[in-house]
Write a protein that binds this ligand. Structure first.
Ligand SMILES: NC(=O)c1ccc[n+]([C@@H]2O[C@H](COP(=O)([O-])OP(=O)(O)OC[C@H]3O[C@@H](n4cnc5c(N)ncnc54)[C@H](OP(=O)(O)O)[C@@H]3O)[C@@H](O)[C@H]2O)c1
Length: 327
């Protein structure tokens, strides 16, 4: 299904997108931010950038570096030179928010980022994570013990060749460890100057509130895309509180996207791919939305980055909004 969408629409329509006139393109204008959607005509977010933690200015369309590792997010990729090219190209295209984790590979995603991009260009924000261990390919197991997390931070600093990590995210709350203890360890690392900002992943508003009693939280990374909006309440909370929301699997992840008529019609109207429309829809959904699509393909990367310039009309946006029910 994914390949069909890809071959049938993506390449051709990506080229088309770059030729489309000004009416359908946002030229990265002023960072105007609109609020929540209105009943008939939604006010859609248009800000091309967002200040993470109030001080790290990032282009809202980021890059997820999980897919540049081996199969099962395990080991080195089959084509390591290509992975390095993808990372370099992302930055050339203006991406300055790269998401990774010690668990991706494990370790190989962070190592590839340093190999491709160190010394890092000014303004590049690398967001990493700790607290999920990898017993084997495709397997993930939380570990939120404070001492373990402190070691994770030290090791990520070494692998990424950084003195301070701009955004460190607790990958999962470990059900066996009180969240306050895990976050207490990150607070210590922050006080020691090893972490600039802290974020969370896969959390509900109540958990964010609880975490914020321990230390400031600047972002949340939860699964969210046009077909899966289970974390809608968390997004609304982030918008209200001014926290960045990084939707993972923004174009459906391993499951892909079910195109459907509405999505395909909008894609066709814009000479774009359904993946580009899915990303554009997210970016317009909220000013705090920071999608991090992942790919190991240079062509897909180019296509995804171009989606930041695609502007859906309010009616198109609403037609796609109606595709999935909110929980
Ligand atoms: N916090 C968490 O728990 C968590 C969990 C999962 C992921 N993440 C983060 O979120 C990022 C994104 O998540 P994800 O990789 O699961 O989902 P995704 O970005 O929605 O989807 C990635 C998949 O889509 C394909 N793809 C990408 N661009 C495409 C395009 N233009 N046309 C067709 N196919 C395309 C990729 O394959 P190709 O390589 O062939 O392009 C890959 O299989 C990850 O890199 C990671 O940083 C976080």
């Amino acid at each position: 299904m994914r390949e069909q969408q890809n071959n049938g629409v993506t390449r051709r329509t990506f080229l088309g997108l770059s030729l489309v006139g000004g009416a359908t393109l946002l030229a990265g204008g002023p960072a105007t931010v609109f609020g929540a959607t209105a009943s008939t005509t939604p006010s859609l977010a248009t800000n091309p950038t967002w200040k993470l933690g109030g001080d790290l200015l990032v282009n809202r369309l980021g890059f997820g570096a999980m897919r540049i590792t081996g199969d099962g997010i395990w080991g080195w990729p089959a084509d390591r030179a290509n992975a390095l090219k993808v990372l370099k190209r992302a930055v050339e295209l203006g991406v300055n928010l790269i998401d990774t984790a010690d668990a991706y590979g494990p370790e190989t995603s962070e190592l590839l980022i340093a190999e491709a991009l160190h010394p890092y260009p000014a303004g590049l924000v690398i967001a990493t994570k700790g607290g999920l261990t990898r017993p084997g390919p495709g397997q993930w197991k939380p570990d939120g013990r404070p001492d373990y997390l402190k070691k994770c931070v030290e090791n990520s600093l070494k692998r990424l060749q950084l003195e301070r990590i701009d955004l460190y995210q607790l990958h999962r709350i470990d059900p066996k460890v009180p969240m306050e203890e895990s976050l207490g360890a990150l607070k210590e690392m922050q006080s020691a100057g090893k972490i600039r900002h802290v974020g969370l992943s896969e959390v509900a508003p109540e958990e964010i509130e609880r975490a914020r009693k321990v230390l400031p939280i600047v972002s949340v990374q939860n699964r969210y895309n046009i077909a899966d909006r289970d974390w809608e309440k968390t997004l609304v909370y982030c918008e209200k509180e001014g926290l960045g929301f990084m939707p993972w699997s923004p174009i459906g992840g391993g499951r892909g996207l079910k195109p459907g008529e509405a999505l395909e019609a909008v894609a066709k109207a814009h000479h774009a791919s359904v993946f580009q429309v899915a990303l554009a829809w997210l970016l317009q959904r909220s000013p705090v939305m920071l999608p991090i699509p992942g790919t190991a393909s240079l062509a897909h990367l180019e296509e995804n980055v171009a989606a930041a310039k695609l502007k859906l009309t309010p009616d198109e946006w609403k037609a796609i909004d109606a595709l999935a029910g909110h929980s």
